[in-house]
Design a protein around this ligand. Structure first.
Ligand code: DQA
Length: 155
């Protein structure tokens, strides 16, 4: 559903980003592109408005902070777009936190970790709990993830 009705409640969506993603635009632009994190926040908010979603974008370099956000999302049944960055590949705590989510979880990566040479990127502790995955689409992947959630919001 890409249109909104005045009577539809605006659905809250959290876009949660893990370590080093605050450095988008500066960090390995040959892999992650030139869009800055500030640009990404603005884009996600605009895409959310276009889709009738109330999008809040957050980033942290501290794993416990991400766990607190996921726990709150579980309590509030808030849909989540999650780019857990490096934690994706080894955090059992992120695995456990994702396991309790009841609203849809979309796993997102700007690059496609499974096609990258480092073996450790080929494992994801998020995938088992994700309803949908968007990988290797650059920053546009966030738009695709929000579109997916807007689609699930129609029923
Ligand atoms: C990433 C891929 C991860 O392997 C990496 O650790 C990141 C970013 C991505 O968005 O492509 O930090 O999640």
């Amino acid at each position: 559903m890409t249109t909104t009705d005045a009577n539809d409640p605006v659905r809250k969506v959290l876009v949660l980003n893990g370590p080093n993603l605050g450095r988008l635009g500066k960090r390995q632009p040959e892999i992650y592109g030139h869009t800055t994190y500030a640009d990404l926040v603005g884009l996600c908010e605009q895409w959310g408005r276009d889709l009738g979603l109330d999008v809040e974008v957050r980033q942290t370099n501290h794993e416990g902070v991400l766990l607190d956000w996921l726990n709150q999302a579980a309590d509030d049944a808030t849909p989540v777009v999650l780019n857990a960055a490096a934690w994706t590949h080894y955090s059992l705590a992120v695995y456990d936190a994702c396991a309790q989510l009841t609203a849809p979880l979309v796993e997102l990566h700007i690059s496609n970790p499974r096609e990258r040479p480092e073996e450790f990127r080929h494992t994801s502790y998020v995938t088992p709990h994700a309803q949908h995955e968007v990988v290797g689409q650059g920053v546009d992947g966030y738009r695709q993830a929000l579109e997916h959630l807007a689609g699930t919001a129609s029923d």
